[in-house]
Every structure is written in structure tokens, then in C-alpha cells.
Design a protein around this ligand. Structure first.
Ligand code: HAM
Length: 417
């Protein structure tokens, strides 16, 4: 057992898996940049107040923050998500609205670690600030949907709901609270505890004991104002017009407290239900203001990279790939010549590696084999004296040839696999 290992819920991502992470972010960047979103990079650490605005009643804030006092006595926290940071940045820089940004990076929540639930996890996401138009909700949801299509997932389910305007939501929360209070002991103890903090979150309970009371609970749709109902209808019509399949799920509430009106989640078809949310988002029209900025509409989503890749494994799509080496240089004349040869290959845009430590021909050929390179470039004493190199194709049954050293790049470019 080594002295140190990664902390619970934290993971090393080794190659080639790490290449898959980069590819994931690249596919995402390509998609959202073509829709007018620019990348925003924010710090991993913010004033803890930025995150407590997410909602004092959420587990993310009350139980899971990596908050601490820095050496200057500032109360700071590792970010548990990025929407709050984006809103803080908007309030700080006051960019011209609409402001459409995307982000990618790690987040930290002290959760109970298990498959698909980590303490450090990556997200990619977008946020669009300063537009109060239901057509933007459609654009945002459609981009999330399209991303899953591009990486090849076919079992993703989109569920949507509206929490109504803040007033509608407040009246609903009141009615819901009353309903659950009356139910009393029919609810599980955990749900009765949740009820004291946030009645909405009781709807999230997956406990069998709560099922009947939740099924009989008031429905949010009965509390929509005309504007909220209209906004939601426009969103649903837009999704239909784009042929995006979805289900309206009146009990979808989401884990963070800043949402108003449209909320949505992308669920994977293969993961356990507690971890099947691959991504989610919604409108959070009051958040910029809560962070000291002007009243600003906002909507966005974040997609969990770790979980989405688990879903990819389950569906057998978006596999890890590594760049194939074009050449592996085997130099048995001391290794100095290989310095120049690999440099020359790489300068010509070819992927090349070599062996070090002056190993035997046999050992170097073994490495060449293991590297997966298309060609071994062999330099022995004879080749060195004659100014030649031997090129051995490593896959298929191509012939080994000895060529003038000056022809190497040409030869490889002509014989690309
Ligand atoms: P969230 O639902 O808390 O929303 O997280 C979004 C996604 O991040 C989840 O669906 C999940 O895939 C992933 N995720 C969250 N926690 C973990 C964890 N402990 N381990 C692995 N993956 C995790 C937000 O973060 C909002 N900021 C989304 C948003 C953007 N809303 C509006 N704009």
C-alpha cells in the first residue's frame, strides 16, 4: 500500500481515459461556440457568500461546501458548481447583455462517494444572462440535447418542468408544506426533516414510504400565473418544433434553490436512479441580483462529465482513443542520433517516440511494439556508417526497407497507414 492515495471521492484520470475527457470538452466547446457562447474561466475558490446564495436550504450549501478561512482570514470555498460564479462575474464585470458563456472544469462537494457521485467532479455548461425570452430556454435545452446526440448516447431522457414565477412558486411551496404537515407520520422521518427546510425537496424523495403522500400532493401547474403558463407553453412548443423528445415531470424540483420557471434534467438510461442525472439546469432570474448585480434574467445548464462518461461506457459509445504514433525510433548506436531523428519527425508533424537508456535492440523493438507505432525506425552501426535508416512497418505485412536518412520524412508521409 503506498503511503498516499487520492482522498475519498477524488480520482486520478490516467491516459488514455484523460484523452476522452479532453475530447468530451472539445466536442462541447465546438457545439456551443458555434451557437455564440464564449468560454468563461473563473477561479476554483470564491468568497463563500457567492455560494451561500445558491440556497441556504440546500445540502450543497449546508453540508457539502469545502469552505475554509484562508491565511488572510477570508471566508472562502472551493466551488460546488459554476452558475453562481458566472453570475458573480456578470455582476463584477457588467458585460453587455445578452452574455452567453460556456465553461468546463472541476467542482467540489463533500458528498458520500459512490459510483457516479464524487467529491471532485467535472462539469461542462453554458449560461445565458440578460434575456427573458422563452425561445432562449429552447435554445439552451436543445444544445444540451444535441451534445448527448453528438457523443452518441441514445438512452438519454429529457424531463422538463416549470416552477412558475417566484410568487407562484411561493404559493405552491406554502400549499405543499401544508399538505405534508397534514400527512405527518405518513412521511418518512428524513422527509419530515427536509420539510422543515424546504417542502419542495420532499418531492425529490425516492423512499417508498413517501410515495402515496407525494402522489397526492398539489401540482405546481395549478399555481402558474398566466405569464408563467405562457412561458412554459412556448418552451414546450419550441422543443416540439425541433423534434426533441421530452416528458413534463411535475415533480421535478432540482437540488439547487435558485431556480424560477423552466427547469430540466437529462437522465441516463443505464445508471442507478440516485445517480442518473447526467445534467440539468434551468432559469435563475434572481441570482445576479442576489449577488449584488442588476436584476438580470438567466438560464443555463451543467452536464456532469464523470457520470456522462459512465453512461457512455454502459452504452458502448464515445470510447477512449489515443493518438497513434507514426514512428518509434530504435537507435542502438548510443541514442544521440535518435535525438535528431525524433525532433525531425515531430517538426514534420509526425507523432514520434523513442527509447532511452541505451537498451538492447531486442528491448527497444519490444518497446516499439508496445507503443503501437505504425513504423519502427531502426538505426544500427551499419545504417549509421551508410547514412541510411531501416524502416519496419509494425502493422500488416509491409516490407522492411532501408532508405537514405534524408528520405525518411518523405517515405513515412507516402506510407501513412
Ligand atoms: P447540478 O444538478 O447540481 O446543477 O449538477 C449538474 C450535473 O453535475 C448533475 O446532473 C451531475 O451529472 C453532475 N454532478 C453533480 N454533483 C455530482 C457529484 N457529486 N458527482 C458527480 N457528478 C455530479 C448544477 O450544478 C447547476 N449549476 C446547473 C445549472 C447551470 N443550472 C443553471 N445553469
Amino acid at each position: 500500500m503506498p503511503t498516499f492515495q487520492t482522498s475519498p471521492g477524488m480520482r486520478d484520470i490516467l491516459p488514455p481515459e484523460s484523452g476522452r475527457w479532453r475530447a468530451f470538452q472539445l466536442v462541447f466547446a465546438e457545439l456551443v461556440e458555434s451557437a455564440g457562447y464564449g468560454q468563461l474561466i473563473t477561479p476554483l475558490i470564491e468568497d463563500v457568500g457567492v455560494f451561500t446564495r445558491i440556497g441556504e436550504a440546500t445540502d450543497v450549501v449546508t453540508k457539502e461546501l469545502y469552505a475554509f478561512e484562508d491565511r488572510g482570514g477570508r471566508h472562502v470555498s472551493l466551488r460546488p458548481e459554476m452558475t453562481a460564479s458566472v453570475c458573480r462575474a456578470f455582476a463584477q464585470h457588467r458585460p453587455i447583455a445578452p452574455w452567453k458563456v460556456w465553461y468546463a472544469g472541476p467542482n467540489f462537494r463533500q458528498e458520500k462517494a459512490q459510483r457516479g457521485r464524487y467529491r471532485q467532479f467535472d462539469q461542462v455548461g453554458i449560461e445565458a444572462l440578460g434575456v427573458d425570452d422563452a425561445h432562449l430556454d429552447v435554445e439552451v435545452i436543445a444544445l444540451g440535447w444535441e451534445f448527448y446526440q453528438r457523443i452518441g448516447l441514445r438512452q438519454v431522457r429529457l424531463i422538463v418542468n416549470s416552477l412558475g414565477e417566484p410568487d407562484d412558486r411561493a404559493r405552491y411551496v406554502e400549499a405543499l408544506g401544508a399538505h405534508f404537515e397534514v400527512a405527518g407520520d405518513a412521511l418518512s422521518e428524513q422527509s419530515r426533516e427536509t420539510l422543515q427546510k424546504n417542502p419542495l425537496r420532499v418531492l425529490d424523495s425516492k423512499r417508498e414510504r413517501d410515495r402515496a403522500v407525494i402522489d397526492a400532493a398539489p401540482q405546481i401547474a395549478d399555481f402558474y400565473s398566466a405569464e408563467a403558463a405562457d412561458h412554459f407553453d412556448t418552451v414546450l412548443d419550441g422543443l416540439r418544433s425541433l423534434d426533441i423528445p421530452f416528458d413534463v415531470e411535475p415533480k421535478l424540483v432540482r437540488g439547487l434553490d435558485y431556480y424560477r420557471r423552466t427547469i430540466f434534467e437529462f437522465q441516463g438510461g443505464t445508471l442507478e436512479s440516485a445517480q442518473n442525472a447526467l445534467g440539468g439546469g434551468g432559469r435563475y432570474d434572481g441570482l445576479v441580483e442576489a449577488l449584488g448585480g442588476p436584476a438580470t434574467a438567466g438560464i443555463g445548464f451543467a452536464l456532469g462529465l464523470d457520470r456522462t462518461l459512465l453512461a457512455c461506457d454502459d452504452e458502448g459509445v464515445f470510447a477512449a482513443t489515443t493518438r497513434e504514433l507514426d514512428a518509434f525510433v530504435v537507435d542502438v548506436t548510443g541514442g544521440a542520433a535518435a535525438v535528431a531523428i525524433t525532433a525531425e519527425l515531430r517538426a514534420a508533424g509526425l507523432a514520434a517516440d523513442r527509447s532511452f537508456d541505451q537498451r538492447s535492440m531486442k528491448a527497444q523493438m519490444k518497446l516499439a511494439n508496445r507503443s503501437g507505432a505504425a513504423h519502427a525506425i531502426i538505426l544500427g552501426d551499419d545504417e549509421l556508417a551508410a547514412g541510411t535508416l531501416t524502416v519496419k512497418p509494425m502493422h500488416g505485412n509491409g516490407e522492411q526497407v532501408t532508405i537514405p536518412r534524408t528520405d525518411l520524412i518523405d517515405h513515412l508521409q507516402r506510407n501513412e497507414p
